[in-house]
Design a protein around this ligand. Structure first.
Ligand code: SAM
Length: 218
């Protein structure tokens, strides 16, 4: 990429991701490519590669790099053109990582100002062909584009939103944080021929998933 943050980015990938067990080389490579500093507010750019979430406005956050890597890996994307629904565009950083992994991403964000900002940035970075961002309640999914090979929810859900299960294709994976307001478990749901399998991948802490099948709107 050759920008002023390239060394920071490579250090982030080595120390925060590879050293902590992210083993999928495609995820590591994708996160070496995406310029995370462009997805944070200008004043926070010097902190963009630190081991932490950061505020992005509207009381929301860009997720910690490790969490982006862990969730990207957990989606088990095949090479090329898998259809992915993302619920919670936020800054668009996770969206860009998914696009770098070769996915065709449909991303929903409930806060218009975040959706529009992310869309503009993703377009400017050349992801227009792979990414569509819309404003909407992602707990309802995006039925017109279903079924999906994978669905990622980047806000904490009180339960699994039923429409997302319904929009998951055969063999599809749904990765979401689920649990209490303050602490959730990262869960992977897999649609198998004989039903739904659920795996626990570790503890995590996300802002709330709000909407029809999420927490109540404030
Ligand atoms: N992955 C994002 C990134 O890389 O910047 C961070 C996402 S942030 C932790 C969670 C986002 O989910 C917030 O922007 C929030 O507005 C959004 N959100 C919460 N509930 C939602 C819903 N029902 N539909 C769509 N977006 C939702």
């Amino acid at each position: 990429m050759g920008d002023a943050f390239e060394d920071d980015r490579n250090r982030m990938v080595a120390a925060q991701l590879a050293a902590r067990g992210i083993a999928d080389g495609r995820v590591l490579e994708a996160m070496r490519r995406v310029p995370r500093h462009l997805f944070v507010e200008p004043g926070l750019q010097p902190h963009a590669y630190e081991d932490t979430p950061l505020p992005i406005g509207a009381r929301q956050t860009i997720s910690q790099p490790y969490m982006v890597a862990l969730m990207s890996e957990a989606l088990e994307l095949a090479d090329g053109d898998e259809r992915v629904l993302e619920v919670g565009t936020g800054s668009g950083y996770q969206t860009a990582v998914l696009a770098e992994l070769g996915a065709r991403v449909f991303s929903l964000e409930r806060i218009p100002e975040l959706a529009f900002r992310a869309r503009d940035l993703l377009d400017a970075l050349g992801y227009r062909d792979r990414v569509t961002v819309e404003v909407g309640d992602g707990t309802l999914g995006w039925p017109a584009e279903a079924p999906y090979d994978a669905i990622i929810v980047t806000a904490g859900a009180p339960q699994i939103p039923r429409p997302l299960i319904e929009q998951l294709g055969p063999g599809g994976r749904l990765v979401l944080p689920m649990g209490e307001e303050e602490l959730q478990g990262l869960v992977r749901i897999r649609r198998q021929p004989d039903g739904i399998a659920e795996e626990y991948l570790g503890d995590c802490r996300f802002v709330k998933l709000r909407g029809s099948y999420g927490w109540e709107e404030p």
